[in-house]
Design a protein around this ligand. Structure first.
Ligand code: G3I
Length: 379
């Protein structure tokens, strides 16, 4: 009887094994390669900004994120106005939801952003702070936020968009009251709050060689070399559109040169907010151009050893910060129905390894030709 039960059990087990899928990708999507599975095979990191509302309310949004990406950046929920809404109150509810989701799905998180001149709460901007008071507020903010996510958020955009197109400091509450030292202070406090986190300066239109990227390069070089400030990386945002993007032919060499000089400073380079906007009607021709630009950005990044992180500022045109703008948009790699656009296919194709060459067929050894009498004398 026992033998019969064991036999039936074994047959059952064999049946289950034979109908189970043979290959399950990291995101459990079946056998089709995804951006995530292709990136992981190549040892690179690919991600998207995340908005909380669709993450919590649209299962397709959450499923697509987990399937296609291995790093997330909260689009807004870690910014000052959301996470620190009044002087004595921090609200981690929505940022926590994103970090929990990332952890449940084996993804990393880029924290964005600790110090910026935008999205500041009115209690902060309306205050009449002395320099010491504002320093104390910023220190408390950075210690509390980075401390809250210690060991969970590995990368932080510590200072965001602090330099103008002319290479000057952006006039902000931080610069005007504390002075340019706020940048150095912010990095030091973030490092004290989580010594294992990697700390970034993040900015836009500083991808090629221009006054802004020169100022950022020289500033970081000075802070690292002469002030030993813990800056580990630079975020190049890569907001682009079909007419103005850093990968027009004549600029491609500039972007590579800029990345190379930043890498020589010992910095990790992350592409942090990539998108490629289309103006006016969306035509097949424009979608193909968009695909070329996405592929070109990734190609250039991966040609530099220090550039192995690529994050897009969203992934579906359904939820896009561009949707407030009626004349421009369709910036992402999935359309409003989560259908892959040519840009998605172009990235998949680019990341797919070349097939192994077929081995040369081995000719079987041929019998030497013998004269007829050889067989006779053999005996
Ligand atoms: O949450 C409020 C809501 O309470 C209010 O009713 C509503 C009314 O407009 O506004 C909501 O806040 C909006 C917020 O996004 C959250 O959705 C703000 O108006 C809106 O201005 C804000 O836009 C964000 C923008 O940064 C602010 O400058 C975008 O979503 C976000 O994608 C964008 O992200 C920036 C990066 O952080 C830095 N680099 C550039 C990038 C694109 O601009």
């Amino acid at each position: 009887m026992t033998k019969k039960i064991i036999l039936v059990g074994l047959i059952g087990l064999l049946l289950v094994l034979s109908i189970a899928p043979t290959s399950i990708s990291a995101a459990g999507s079946g056998s089709e390669p995804t951006l995530r599975s292709l990136a992981e095979d190549k040892g690179i990191t690919i991600g998207s900004a995340v908005a909380t509302w669709p993450l919590l309310n649209d299962p397709t949004y959450a499923d697509t994120l987990a399937r296609e990406f291995n790093i997330l950046t909260p689009e807004n929920m870690m910014k000052f106005s959301f996470i620190h809404p009044s002087q004595d109150e921090y609200d981690f509810t929505y940022a926590d939801a994103i970090v929990d989701f990332a952890e449940e799905n084996g993804m990393e998180v880029r924290g964005h952003c600790l110090v910026w001149y935008k999205q500041l709460p009115s209690w902060l901007t309306d205050g009449n702070w002395s320099r010491d008071e504002l320093i104390a507020i910023l220190r408390d903010h950075i210690y509390t936020v980075v401390g809250h996510y210690k060991g969970r958020v590995k990368y932080w955009d510590v200072v965001n968009e602090a330099i103008t197109g002319n290479g000057k400091y952006v006039e902000s509450i931080w610069y005007n009251i504390i002075g340019p030292e706020y940048i150095e202070m912010a990095f030091r406090w973030a490092h004290e709050a989580d010594p294992d986190a990697l700390l970034f300066y993040n900015d836009f239109y500083a991808e090629g060689l221009n006054k802004k990227s020169d100022a950022i390069y020289n500033g970081i070089k000075y802070l690292k070399k002469y002030r030993s400030v813990p800056i580990h990386g630079i975020g190049l945002q890569m907001h682009a559109n079909l007419d103005l993007h850093p990968f027009l032919d004549e600029m491609n060499a500039e972007v590579t040169a800029n990345m190379q000089r930043l890498a020589k400073l010992g910095l990790e380079i992350h592409i942090t907010e990539m998108d490629v906007c289309i103006a006016g009607d969306v035509t097949q021709e424009k979608l193909d151009q968009q695909a070329d630009i996405y592929r070109s950005i990734i190609d250039t990044c991966l040609s530099i050893d220090a550039c192995k992180f690529i994050v897009m500022w969203g992934f579906t045109d359904l939820y896009s910060y561009w949707n407030d703008n009626p004349s421009i948009g369709a910036a992402f790699i999935f359309d409003e129905s989560y259908q892959a656009k040519p840009a998605y296919d172009a990235i998949v194709e680019f990341l797919t390894p070349e097939p192994e060459p077929e081995p040369e067929p081995v000719e079987p050894p041929t019998q030497p030709q013998r004269p007829w009498w050889w067989w006779f004398f053999r005996w």
